[in-house]
Design a protein around this ligand. Structure first.
Ligand SMILES: Cc1cc2nc3c(=O)[nH]c(=O)nc-3n(C[C@H](O)[C@H](O)[C@H](O)COP(=O)(O)OP(=O)(O)OC[C@H]3O[C@@H](n4cnc5c(N)ncnc54)[C@H](O)[C@@H]3O)c2cc1C
Ligand code: FES
Ligand code: FES
Length: 1426
């Protein structure tokens, strides 16, 4: 079926527009413009204009006018708008016109600023807010859009997923951009890509969803029947912090050949509509269900129904318009696009300092984050010679502007067609490309850009160097060829290329018959990560021998430039490839690849060890290849074979099990059913409105923060002169501008603006308000502050020495510790440090403050705690709380990070709005958010544990130290929760736990999913592992022996009822086939020296309630309108956890009406007052009970009308009640009964109940590199009677993956002076798609009703997170096996996270011995453990 929209029918009717190379199917494609700005509320608003973009001066007004008439008040477009052209204002600057299409609409921009990104333009100028900003550095994929180009030479269309945050607007001449709005909408028609991610429960907070949708959409545009491997590759550049990725992959599996989808080619249409998607295995009607959605509900996917490339663009491209010279002048930068090589060379000669930009993946970062400004930018991306690929006699020449994706495709083809011995170099490049960034980056980044950036951790330069690639450099007077060796890189990010020269091409040679090459990359995370060490090694033998003729060992990450280990290589020339050579090579490399102990990047002895370990891998691989050539070299023993293998990802598989609703439950009763998150579809289309998607107000201003660069200092002076002179600046704000109180914080120990002193790097000193974000941020950077530095306290250890603690120091003690230790057969001491964690919600903190009359302030905040935000703002403004309205529609993730710390921003923004009496907005950049808002508390735990020979623990003395930072915030409650969880799930008769909260000069740490519980339990798992290691017993045996039993008491004297630990344990062991796995792992470990497997089964018991008793209350407000529709409001906020969905389910059951009749609009302080934060996993319990209460009140009021008219409908009863003057609004309230623990007496109930769970994980570690694979995880979680199994499984998986990050991956690095060094996805790695366990089973325990919460359910948000420690302890188990190979046994220390560095270092062997760490105290490390 062809669908044609008005405005395009004439064009689609002209076959002449389509090139002959097109397939018949593609000729049928058409634009069905999804339009834009659904969330933008374009036009219609009167006082607001989302098109006002002051950065373009008067320009935007005309754009606004042009577009305003094209959309009706509800946001849907009128049809004639589709064919209209959007034009910018008259050209006043001598710039050319930039012409491109967005979602089928022509845009003519007359004054494009070269520093404007596509993302800013889409969001601010076009009001297309579906595309999100998550990081601005190409690292999260939230901004992914599809860019399509017509390539006249090949007459083909190229569709690429790109990061809009890095794509310069000026690079878009004659391209078609498709955003998430352009492919479908809830109002009109969803695209199957949007629909399936939503229905498969792959969208929680939804902030990542548009980007993921567009990555998948682009893949399908290029390949309508991809494999799962293609899908996984397409998502390498996308991150999600909520879902755990599994549901996204599973939903999209239905498009793949592996998922069984016919791609619309089935006999009766798409097989998905027939329910044959291959994913359905539910046992309907039985107790247990295993399917969370039905593929039969999916709309069929028909690739022939896609949008077509704008014919006008095609004809312009054909006329050579796309490669003509262009000039765009901006505020600080002029963009010159030459039309020929000759012009490019002349321009470079004329502007030797000009920046060449192709993919902008390097330059974009410099401009955004390094404060660089380039007056002239040369954009040679369309010059034919720079894109040429030439096959020569001895290799392939790539033009410098060839993208990495293109280069990869050419090399893959060559590998398939050429004899293997010729393609060793190509394969090495491909190996590096597989782990090079994500696809969005590879699609635009050029090979020349990688070389010319000269980064010491470039992944390609080592290969090019080891392979002896040649570069052609050119200037206007001619060209020269240079060999890419170590003389090419002349210093950090410097090359031998002259300023007036350009890089024309690179020649990558064929390999020789007797030459072998391997490339290696070791990074913290496998996917989309920069290297710790990257290497390429090439050896050439004298023909027919194993005698080394040529050896090139090239390393990145070992010096300020890519280096060749020349001395080592020279010494090995003429030597035979054997054990002796290996030994000498290692000694030589250890000497030559030395690093200063203070070297940037840290991990010094790990990096040095890696050079040896990687050489060893190369050595083994070459031995294998030599034997294959028939040479009689030493055979690689079978136990070493795994060290030669190249890692290949495996497609994950998964199982979810939950309790089916009881037989007889009416279909209309949705409680217990896996219904989709109510906003999921809107999130998938970009229609869901987040705080920064609220349209710009007419007179709105932007605020940027001025923050401290010192951890502890007195402020001597602040010079704002330069900032105030900056364009667009309205004012600067400091402490004296706060009209109310400058004192703020949960404990009133903070300031809105620093007052005389700063106590951390990132402390807010002031703010600049300007007309645009760019102007505000530039001006903020121009503020100069002079400090007198004071000695900071940064680490926990420093705080202990300085006795820098907050009060109180809490203790929980029970039993008789002394007697316990006396009774013990063994006593051991131990310690563990658990690193902090960044929340990395995809949506950073954001506030929009709008002043109203009478001192009222309306705030849109991404806040988990509207009432706290309200109180803080009221105090700062000096007004009563009744003048401050806080509204929260939804958040793009919270995880505790938006509970209290969000106020550091919202108070500042409110103060600015109040002073200027104009709306003010600020959305923190990712680096600012990471710097300022704190994260999970790092913990250091020290313990002494006494136990019997049987493994029974009889005494425990544990001390916790947390790094709280520069204010108390929630640190006391967090430490208390750590103490409440110090024994995890184990019954220990004699216990003492003490908690010290360290006051340091770090940004204040705060709530984070688990709230101290995971840290407390992590220490417990460490001592129980030590006990097992000490006794030589399996840790699982010791854990099982100590598990709590029904009726036992905790150290804080709470009797446990309804314990399901044993049930979870037994089911977990049987589902995971633990015994079989353990036997297989033991066998594997005996057979493999350099790869080890490990297993761990870990339980959790998580207390549910706020430990601050007063917070255990909630309110709800329910209105029934005359038409029978219901508006539901409650105190909880929606951050992706599905709270609103669950609350609608509750109301639907109680009122007996369908969910569709109930709507939740937002959370606001003027509907439900005095709300508790949405936190502590208790929000469904508390708000659910309040909703129940309100609905029951209403039901009671309606009862007479039901009785009078039993056959009537809901609407009839509502109408009758209304006419009878019955109040159809009710509020509900709930307070959890019988709570109130007292530390002084160690009595009173701390928790309402407990959530239990058990997980079993298996991993495989590479002992030589420290990398690990998550092979399998089985989780059994007791969530009571789940209100919504799809949401609960999502919480379990998402929580687990966040814990996986915490315990194995995520590392915050601080300098010894307290500067956070990891401030974005480039340097801070959260789990990616590739980190999911290859087999993941989640089972929600059946028949486990909970009598303490709504409809027998249990809390689920935080409890599963800790189960990820099973991966940590499985790693520790594997490391133990590796250590045993070197004869090292018994307990050992492994701190969290179990990073590649820690794993490698713990697997001590002959290589680590050659690279001992420098003596602590003899040098200043790059980073310190805080
Ligand atoms: C999210 C992300 C992930 C990344 N991951 C990796 C990774 O895994 N491994 C890795 O090695 N790198 C990585 N990078 C770095 C970057 O992508 C590469 O260096 C890329 O190849 C740069 O190409 P570009 O076209 O985008 O360069 P640009 O930003 O356009 O230019 C980079 C530099 O090269 C110069 N230049 C470009 N072409 C020429 C020419 N023809 N003549 C003279 N000078 C020229 C420019 O002047 C500029 O100084 C990553 C970057 C990002 C943002
Ligand atoms: S916002 Fe562009 S990749 Fe993160
Ligand atoms: S749903 Fe992916 S980040 Fe929230």
């Amino acid at each position: 079926m062809i669908k044609v929209l008005p405005g395009f029918c004439a064009l689609t009717a002209h076959p002449a527009w389509f090139p002959s190379s097109w397939t018949a199917a593609s000729a049928l494609w058409f634009w069905w413009d999804g339009g834009g700005g659904r969330g933008g509320g374009r036009g219609g608003g009167g006082t607001r204009s989302i098109f006002k973009s002051p950065q373009h001066g008067g320009a935007q007004d005309s754009v606004s006018r042009t577009m305003a008439g094209t959309q009706n008040r509800t946001g849907s477009e009128t049809q004639d708008s589709v064919s209209r052209t959007i034009t910018g204002p008259e050209n006043r600057t001598g710039s050319d016109e930039l012409i491109f299409f967005v979602n089928g609409r022509k845009i003519v921009e007359r004054n494009p600023d070269p520093e404007t990104t596509l993302l800013t333009y889409l969001r601010r100028k076009l009001g297309l807010t579906g595309t999100k900003l998550g990081c601005a550095e190409g690292g999260c994929g939230a901004c992914t859009v599809m860019v399509s180009r017509y390539q006249p030479a090949s007459q083909r269309l190229l569709h690429c997923a790109v990061n809009a945050c890095l794509a310069p607007l000026c690079s878009l001449h004659l391209v078609a951009v498709t955003t998430v709005e352009g492919i479908g909408s809830v109002a009109r028609k969803l695209h199957p890509v949007q629909e399936r991610i939503a229905r498969a429960h792959g969208s929680q907070c939804g902030f990542c969803t548009p980007g993921i949708v567009m990555s998948m959409y682009t893949l399908l545009r290029n390949n309508p029947r991809p494999s799962m491997a293609d899908v996984e590759e397409a998502f390498q550049g996308n991150l999600c912090r909520c879902t755990g990725y599994r549901p996204i992959l599973e939903g999209y599996k239905t498009f793949t050949v592996d998922g069984g989808c016919c791609g619309g080619k089935g006999k009766d249409g798409c097989c998905m509509t027939n329910g044959n998607g291959g994913l359905q295995n539910s046992k309907d009607g039985s107790e247990e269900a295993t399917s969370l959605y039905n593929t039969a509900d999916f709309e069929p996917y028909d690739p022939t129904q896609e949008v077509i490339f704008p014919p006008e663009l095609m004809s312009l491209s054909k006329c050579g318009e796309s490669s003509r010279s262009l000039r765009f002048r901006g505020e600080r930068t002029t963009w010159l696009q030459p039309d020929s090589l000759h012009e490019f060379l002349l321009l470079k000669w004329k502007h030797p300092d000009a920046r060449v930009v192709v993919g902008n993946t390097e330059v974009g970062i410099e401009v955004k984050f390094k404060n660089m400004a380039y007056p002239v930018v040369l954009a040679p991306g369309s010059i034919a010679e720079l894109n040429a690929v030439t096959h020569t006699e001895d290799g392939i020449v790539f033009g410098a502007a060839c993208t990495l994706s293109h280069m990869g495709a050419v090399l893959r083809k060559a590998v398939q067609s050429l004899p293997p011995h010729q393609t060793e170099v190509f394969q090495a490049v491909l190996e590096q490309l597989q782990w090079f960034a994500g696809q969005q980056i590879r699609n635009v980044a050029a090979v020349g850009g990688n070389i010319m950036t000269a980064s010491p951790i470039s992944d390609l330069n080592p290969v090019f160097m080891a392979a002896g690639c040649k570069l052609t450099l050119m200037d206007k007077d001619g060209s020269r060829e240079v060999l890419m060796d170590d003389s090419f890189f002349t210093g950090y990010r410097k090359t031998a290329v002259e300023p007036q020269e350009i890089l024309l091409s690179i020649h990558i040679p064929y390999s020789q018959k007797s030459q072998f090459i391997s490339a290696f990359k070791q990074s913290p995370r496998r996917e989309d990560d920069i290297s710790i060490v990257t290497a390429a090694m090439s050896v050439t033998f004298s023909p027919g021998t194993d005698v080394v003729k040529d050896l090139r060992l090239s390393f990145g990450g070992m010096a300020p430039v890519t280096v060749l280990a020349r001395r080592t290589a020279d010494r090995l020339l003429g030597r035979q490839w054997g054990e002796e050579l290996l030994q000498e090579a290692c000694s030589l490399l250890a000497e030559e690849m030395s690093l200063d102990p203070s070297a940037p990047g840290g991990m010094v002895s790990y990096r040095r060890t890696l050079t040896l370990s990687l050489f060893y891998k190369f050595y083994l691989r070459v031995l294998q290849k030599l034997r294959l050539q028939g040479l009689s070299v030493q055979e690689v023993s079978s136990e070493c074979l795994s060290a030669t293998e190249v890692y290949r990802p495996e497609t994950p598989s998964s199982v979810q099990v939950y309790q089916a609703v009881p037989e007889g439950q009416s279909l209309g009763d949705v409680v217990g059913r896996p219904i989709m998150h109510l906003s999921a579809l809107k999130q998938a289309t970009g229609e869901a409105v987040y705080c920064d998607d609220v349209p710009l107000y007419e007179n709105e201003l932007y605020l940027a923060l001025i923050t401290s660069t010192k951890a502890h200092a007195r402020i001597l002076s602040v010079d704002t002169a330069a900032a105030e002179r900056s364009p667009g600046v309205v004012c600067c704000l400091f402490a004296s501008d706060v009209p109310g109180s400058n004192v703020t914080g949960m404990r009133q120990d903070e300031t809105v603006f620093a007052d005389g002193q700063v106590t951390c790097v990132g402390h807010i000193v002031g703010a600049v308000v300007a007309d645009t974000q760019l102007h505000a941020q530039r001006a903020a950077k121009a503020v100069k502050i002079q400090y007198e530095e004071l000695e900071p306290v940064i680490t926990i250890q420093e705080a202990i020495v300085a006795q820098s603690f907050y009060k109180p120091i809490r203790t929980i003690q029970s039993g008789d510790l002394e007697a316990g230790f006396k009774q013990a057969d063994h006593i051991l001491d131990g310690e563990i440090h658990i690193g902090g964690q960044e929340h990395f919600y995809l949506e950073t903190n954001v506030t929009l403050a709008v002043p109203r009359e009478d001192g009222e302030m309306e705030l849109f905040i991404s806040s988990q705690s509207p009432s706290d935000s309200q109180a803080f703002v009221a105090k700062a403004l000096g007004v009563p709380a009744n003048r401050v309205l806080v509204r929260v529609k939804r958040m793009g993730g919270g995880f505790g990070g938006k509970e209290s710390r969000t106020s550091v921003l919202s108070t500042v923004v409110a103060v600015a709005a109040d002073k200027l009496k104009r709306p003010v907005r600020c959305m923190l950049d990712r680096d600012e958010d990471m710097l300022i808002t704190g994260g999970r508390h790092p913990f250091y735990g020290k313990y002494k544990v006494g136990f019997l020979q049987t493994g029974k623990v009889v005494a425990l003395d544990v001390t916790f130290y947390s790094n709280a930072g520069n204010s108390m915030d929630l640190s006391q409650a967090i430490m208390e929760r750590a103490l409440f969880h110090m024994e995890n799930s184990y019954s220990i008769p004699n216990v003492r736990g003490q908690g010290f909260i360290c006051r340091t000069n770090l940004p204040s740490n705060t709530a984070f999913r688990g709230f101290g519980g995971p840290q407390g339990m992590m220490v417990a798992e460490n001592w129980i592992t030590d006990v097992a290691h000490c006794l030589g017993r399996s840790a699982e045996e010791v854990r099982r022996l100590n598990l709590y039993l029904e009726g036992e008491s905790t150290p804080y004297n709470q009797i446990l009822h309804g314990v399901t630990l044993d049930r979870c344990w037994d089911e977990c062991l049987s589902r995971s086939e633990y015994e079989r796995r353990r036997a297989a792992a033991d066998l594997f470990n005996r057979q493999n020296r350099w790869t080890k497997r490990g297993l761990a089964v870990v339980p959790t018991k998580f207390g549910i309630s706020f430990t601050a008793t007063f917070l255990n209350q909630a309110g709800a407000l329910v209105h029934i309108y005359r038409d029978g529709s219901v508006l539901l409001t409650h105190g909880g906020t929606e951050m992706g956890q599905g709270l609103h969905t669950k609350m609608v389910q509750v109301a639907s059951r109680v009122l007996g009406i369908p969910c569709a009749r109930i709507y939740v609009s937002e959370t606001s302080t003027n509907t439900v007052a005095n709300t508790s934060p949405t936190a502590a996993s208790a929000s469904s319990d508390l708000n659910g009970a309040a909703v129940l209460n309100a609905c029951q009140t209403l039901l009671k009021r309606l009862e007479p009308y039901r009785t009078q008219n039993p056959k009537g409908s809901w609407e009839d009863w509502v109408k009758a009640a209304y006419l009878d003057r019955v109040n159809l609004s009710a509020n509900g309230f709930y307070r959890t009964p019988d709570l109130g623990y007292d530390f002084d007496t160690n009595s009173g109930r701390a928790f309402n109940y407990y959530s239990y769970g058990v997980a079993c994980s298996e991993v495989e570690i590479d002992c030589l590199t420290g990398a690990h694979k998550n092979l399998s995880t089985t989780i059994v979680m007791d969530v009571g009677h789940s209100l919504n199994p799809a949401i609960d499984v999502g919480q379990v998986e998402g929580g687990f993956m966040q814990g996986l990050g915490l315990f194995t991956l995520e590392e915050l690095h601080y300098s010894p002076r307290g500067v956070l060094l990891t401030r974005g996805p480039g340097s801070y790695k959260i789990p990616a798609f590739g980190d999911i366990p290859t087999q993941l089973t989640v089972s929600l325990l059946r028949d486990a009703p909970n009598d303490k919460a709504i409809f027998a359910s249990k809390a689920v948000g935080e409890p599963p997170l800790f189960l990820a420690s099973s991966v940590f302890y499985a790693i520790k188990d594997a490391v133990r096996a590796a250590r045993a190979e070197s004869g090292t046994t018994g307990p050992f220390r492994l701190d969290s996270p179990a990073s590649a560095e820690r794993i490698r270092t713990a697997c001590c062997d002959r290589f680590t011995k050659l690279c001992p760490p420098a003596q602590p105290g003899t040098f200043t490390p790059w980073s310190v453990r805080v």
